[in-house]
Design a protein around this ligand. Structure first.
Ligand code: TNX
Length: 510
């Protein structure tokens, strides 16, 4: 029996023969792990209509879930024998064991509503765990708003691939997507734009159709609960002080100009950034604190990318702030935001993540750097004492083309910028040139789904898969060669199909 697991476990021994399961399936579990078993039971019920009986730990069962102390934070051991057993030290590890067990069965276990009488599972022994603790996906819900159901669906896909972070990019020039009750215009005004580019930005065409939406506190709670069941950590991002035109449209006094602005209707980098007054800094504090409170204990991403200094350079108010702080370079002004937000977040139990540009104005070494401009930025960050998350655009921007063909849908970067899954599979989580003594600084990596050119769920699927499947194996830490992975990936597509994922086809090698 073929065993095509994605991502590949660290150790897999396939033994001879199979074990046959039928409904009702009995799962034995200790009381404190009941909810993890329940999620698996719900999955099975939804996929093939089976009944699952969760029985006492010492009762006869088809599947036994045990807590042991030697599997680490996210590891597990899975044995399929007359009785299947999963050993894990944590609920997350157990959940990964169950997720792999599901992959050992037919693809219909990933679908919804198939009729399945029996399941034949290969007898195996698996000993597994990830090499990196940050295995992330980033989703831009600002450029195109994606509803709660779509976000929850992506969380399910992330969990199937044993990824564990979803970074939500909650605001940008083109839209503000999270309700902040003390700043109501952020969503009343900032969550809607009057038009969106048609085709590529360079064509300068507009659809003249209003677009928008936002999450309220209940939506956020729904997303968080859904993610928690699947051991996915949600990382909210408020992007400041650049990418802030939607906020300035809502509250013009936060900007640098006298004239009001609208929520931006073009793609690119707006020059309209927050001003550096006490009001704007206080606004940043307030919003980030509110968002942090909605995500207790989570890392909070404070943006910091692509902040043009044009407006600050011609502002007398900004010049005064520079004098006050003894700054010699206008770019140092950005550090005012970074340092205040960092202090507060760290003092309140939140890790701080930011895009690599924050290093330009100097950032506290405790800020975790998301290195997006290149792998070299990750080396620089690690050398300066930061932990890093690898997110280099050259490999991990899944808004770039999947392939070179002329029939690919319009994507952000034109050819020759192209990222087929094979290139993703070649990606090294450890940046080239990083001294071995600093490898521990690399927390892991994340794949970016920027959505300027992704407006629908189907298109999101197309850009995400199969690249995310390749990425999951890279960041789990068990990649082999493209030749070995390709047939496994091809087999994995039937699971994606069962999940209703509209993935891009895997080309056969020429
Ligand atoms: C750069 S990466 C951006 C985003 C764009 C993206 C498009 C980063 C931190 N900023 O604003 O959406 O490129 O690929």
């Amino acid at each position: 029996m073929d065993v095509d697991l994605v991502p590949r476990p660290r150790r897999l021994d396939v033994r001879s023969g199979t074990v046959t399961w039928r409904s009702p399936l009995r799962i034995a579990v200790e009381a404190q792990r009941y909810s993890v078993a329940q999620v698996f039971a719900d999955d099975l019920r939804g996929a093939i209509g089976w009944r699952v009986e969760i029985v006492a730990f010492d009762a006869p069962a088809d599947l036994l879930l045990r807590t042991v102390d030697d599997c680490g934070e996210e590891g597990y051991r899975l044995t399929v024998d007359d009785t299947a057993t999963i050993d894990a030290s944590t609920p997350a590890g157990l959940s990964y064991g169950l997720s792999v067990l599901r992959q050992l069965g037919p693809a219909s276990l990933f679908g919804d509503g198939a009729v399945v009488e029996t399941i034949a599972l290969p007898r195996v022994f698996i000993d597994d765990g990830p090499s990196y603790s940050w295995r992330g996906v980033h989703l831009d819900v600002a450029r195109h708003f994606l509803d709660v159901a779509t976000v929850c669906r992506l969380i399910d896909q992330i969990a199937v691939h044993r990824l564990n972070h979803l970074h939500l990019h909650l605001n940008d020039d083109q839209g503000w997507r999270i309700e902040i009750p003390t700043w109501p215009f952020l969503t009343q005004v900032g969550a809607y734009r009057r038009s969106t580019p048609i085709g590529h930005e360079r064509d300068q065409l507009d659809d003249h159709v209003a677009h928008g939406g936002f999450y309220d506190a209940r939506d956020i709670a729904t997303i968080r609960q859904h993610a928690a069941r699947r051991f996915v950590h949600i990382v909210p991002e408020i992007d400041l002080p650049g990418h802030a035109q939607a906020a300035i449209a809502a509250y013009p006094s936060l900007g640098n100009l006298d004239d009001p602005l609208e929520v931006w209707t073009r793609w690119g980098i707006s020059e309209h950034v927050l001003n550096v007054s006490e009001e704007a800094l206080g606004f940043a504090d307030d919003v980030v604190r509110h968002v942090a409170d909605l995500f207790p204990g989570s890392p909070v991403h404070i943006g910091g990318d692509e902040c043009p200094t044009t407006e600050w350079s011609s502002s007398t108010a900004a010049a005064e702030v520079m004098v006050e702080h003894g700054f010699t370079d206008v770019a140092q002004l950005q550090g005012l935001f970074t340092s205040r937000l960092t202090e507060w977040l760290l003092a309140h139990g939140h890790e701080v993540v930011a895009w690599d540009e924050v290093m330009d104005a100097g950032a506290d070494a405790r800020v975790v750097i998301a290195a997006w401009r290149s792998s070299g930025m990750a080396v620089q960050a690690a050398q300066s004492g930061h932990d890093v998350i690898m997110a280099p655009m050259q490999f991990l921007y899944f808004d770039w083309l999947n392939a070179e063909g002329a029939d690919e849908p319009v994507a952000l970067a034109p050819l020759p910028f192209c990222t087929p899954w094979e290139k993703v599979y070649r990606f090294s989580v450890i940046p080239p040139g990083l001294d071995a003594s600093l490898h521990h600084r690399v927390r892991g990596a994340q794949a970016q789904l920027w959505t300027e050119y992704i407006a629908t769920r189907d298109h999101l699927d197309y850009m995400a898969f199969p690249r995310l499947a390749a990425f999951s194996e890279v960041v789990w830490g068990t990649k082999t060669s493209e030749a070995e992975f390709r047939p496994r990936l091809t087999a994995h597509l039937s699971r994606l199909e069962a999940m209703g994922v509209r993935y891009r086809a895997v080309d056969q090698p020429s």
